[in-house]
Write a protein that binds this ligand. Structure first.
Ligand code: GCB
Length: 658
């Protein structure tokens, strides 16, 4: 749930508010408050870094005959800096008393003194750069560091980045040495700052999410550290800086449209080749490209194309080459799925057919690794998604790894791809909201730049449960806060459409939140907890409220609708008959009833259970074992009763079946 404590509301008021809220949200559904986008609210400016083109961090490094990648995953040196003295004391040259740490991994589960630590953590690693790389452009890429990083090479500052979950890169050509090892130092800082996205609790409201410790505005543990790989990579002096692929369907044929950008405004010849399957020799279909002032585009017609669907996730291999008189000078290959996504009336269409998303909200979360990339866990999770009959999930509440996206393309999972805008409360000060908007716009640009070519990505989500204070209290919405949120969504949805006209945009709305904001997106996504946070133990009343709420929203907004969250805590091994709250039986019963309400409504384009697996949270009075136990799998991925129920409902359902 939302940001009650951040809004200065005590636990007692929160619980009272929840009690008062029975049916309040349902009764309010359908009523637009009248505050329109931007009303009484100054328009948001783009962040300052938008004026310069983004560095090629978005293009995932790859190894081929022109490009190199050196993955620096492994044991690094590590030191906490609770006094914040490292920079002044010259730790960028050497850590005074380091211990070993794996990269990637969160630091929290590894060292007792780092468990709840908020502050700076320093990483250091030495590496050789091969002489054969001289003359090429060399970059240092950090695939994700939560939540801010400062980077040095051989003691020299090379760049800063704020925000977790997305890659960033700095050019180090001319700085890397070839005759001795290079020292990379990265200072990671995980403070919960109120003006960041995601924000920490506002000053004076230190309790965070229901007095959680460490205090957060959101309901997951603030794992920190270098969460994904660190790599050095190269590009030739003239190289591809960006490739955008969009696809269309023309009868039986697929159309693959490619736009590419070469560095330095380069002009010359290029080639786009499409091979029938990943790993097949290139060259089955080819078209010439002409780069002028760095830009080129091309279109390939794929006769009798195999269209990408979750059941048949067929991928083609697209290779773009830059050519000079001697032949190729750079090359980049990516997997392409030919498919279309469209919102038509109140239906969501994939390849012109209605599609219903069946799946979950997830987390990147696992014991010991925390939010650190764990490929074994990723593969297992996707096996379990298939086992349970899911075809989709939302990357709640931040972007997941590039491998997660790649695997979703390959095995056929649809993704609602979300920026880390969780815990935003539009009753905060104007200054804070402007800071959020700038950071969220930047994150949206980075996310779309990184993930735009994945067929698995079906829509962008620009926030989770933006709030106005205490959403369930039934208190009237403050018009100024509604207007601030409307302006935020107006800006974010407009930006997403401008950057990618091929996918719908949404956000996951909180129960009791204003409908004005939902009116600004393409697909109505709502999180609902009737039967848990409201009308607990009363499943008849809960499902009646749900049905009323869905119908009212549909008649007000007339768009496809997705339940992006619903669920109940199910403590593994707890049972009761009749089903009582906190048992596996109650969890399964509630989920089953929600699915029935959704199935009766053709405008329902998806049911995403909250959530896939139990996950770690900060400590608080509502999270036993510091876990949110709404997973249908345990944290170590064992199925609860709800998982079996979902498997029996979802397996073999038709694409349009809930
Ligand atoms: C929500 C949030 C999610 C929480 C969930 C809960 O609405 O979006 O982050 O974990 O509720 O279980 O309270």
């Amino acid at each position: 749930m939302g940001t009650e404590e951040a809004d200065g509301i005590s636990r007692r008021e929160f619980l009272k508010g929840v009690g008062m809220a029975s049916g309040a949200a349902a009764a309010g559904a359908g009523a637009l408050s009248g505050a329109s986008a931007g009303e009484a609210w100054p328009a948001f400016k783009p962040p300052a870094d938008e004026v310069k083109p983004r560095l090629s961090a978005a293009m995932r490094p790859q190894q081929n005959e022109f490009r190199n990648v050196m993955d620096l995953s492994g044991l690094w040196q590590f030191q906490l800096d609770p006094k914040g003295e490292g920079e002044q004391a010259g730790w960028n040259h050497a850590l005074p008393s380091p211990r070993p740490i794996p990269v990637p991994a969160s630091w929290n589960d590894l060292f007792d003194d780092a468990a709840n630590y908020l502050g700076n953590g320093w990483y250091a690693q030495e590496c050789w750069v091969p002489k054969t790389w001289s003359g090429q452009k060399i970059f240092l890429r950090v695939y994700s560091a939560n939540y801010a990083a400062r980077v040095w090479l051989n003691g020299e500052h090379v760049g800063d980045h704020e925000g977790g979950h997305l890659p960033f890169a700095f050019e180090i050509s001319g700085k890397a040495r070839f005759d001795q090892p290079n020292l990379i130092t990265i200072r990671v800082e995980n403070l919960q700052k109120p003006d960041r996205v995601p924000p920490g609790p506002a000053p004076g409201h230190g309790g965070g999410f229901i007095n959680s410790y460490p205090a957060t505005t959101y309901d997951f543990f603030p794992y920190a550290g270098i969460h994904r790989q660190v790599a050095l990579y190269t590009c030739p002096a003239t190289h591809l800086e960006d490739v955008t692929v969009t696809t269309a369907i023309d009868g039986q044929d697929g159309m693959v449209k490619v736009r590419a950008r070469a560095s330095g405004g380069w002009s010359g010849k290029g080639k786009a080749e499409l091979a029938p399957g990943y790993g097949a020799a290139a060259g089955t279909l080819a078209v010439d490209m002409n780069f002028t002032a760095g830009e080129a585009s091309a279109e390939l017609r794929v006769p009798s194309a195999r269209f990408w669907t979750p059941d048949h996730p067929h991928l083609y291999a697209l290779t773009i080459s830059l050519l000079d008189s001697s032949g190729a000078i750079d090359r980049y290959t990516l997997e392409v799925g030919v498919r279309t996504v469209e919102v038509r009336g109140d239906r969501l269409l994939l390849n012109n057919q209605p599609i219903v998303l069946r799946g979950f909200g997830k987390h990147e979360d696992f014991p010991l690794h925390g939010k650190g990339l764990d490929l074994a866990q990723l593969v297992r999770d996707y096996q379990l998604l298939k086992w349970v009959g899911a075809n989709a999930y939302r990357t709640s509440h931040y972007p997941y790894s590039e491998e997660a996206m790649e695997l979703a393309d390959r095995i056929g999972i649809l993704i609602i791809d979300e920026i880390p805008a969780v815990g935003l409360n539009f009753a905060e000060s104007e200054e804070t909201i402007h800071a959020w908007s700038a950071m969220a716009q930047s994150q949206l640009r980075d996310l779309i730049a990184r993930d735009k070519n994945h067929p698995s990505v079906i829509m962008w989500s620009v926030a989770n449960e933006p709030g106005l204070g205490s959403p369930l209290s039934g208190a009237p919405h403050k018009p100024q806060a509604v207007a601030a949120g409307s302006s935020y969504f107006h800006t974010m949805v407009g930006l997403a459409h401008q950057l990618d006209s091929t996918r719908p945009v949404t956000f996951a709305g909180v129960q009791g939140g204003p409908n004005d904001w939902l009116g600004l997106v393409d697909v109505t996504s709502i999180n609902r907890y009737y039967g848990w946070y409201t009308e607990g133990a009363q499943l008849e009343a809960a499902t009646a409220s749900l049905a009323k709420d869905l119908d009212a929203l549909h008649s007000a907004l007339a768009k496809p609708m997705i339940l992006t969250e619903f669920g109940a805590e199910g403590l593994a091994g707890w049972h009761s008959q009749p089903p009582e709250m906190w048992t596996e039986d109650y969890q399964a019963e509630l989920i089953g009833r929600y699915l029935e309400v959704a199935r009766e409504r053709p405008f329902m384009a998806g049911t995403l259970v909250w959530c896939f697996a139990d996950f770690k949270t900060s400590q608080s009075i509502i999270r036993a074992e510091s876990l949110n136990s709404k997973g249908v799998f345990t944290r170590d991925r064992l199925p609860k009763r709800a998982a079996h129920l979902l498997r029996s409902r979802w397996h073999g359902s038709k694409p349009e079946g809930a």
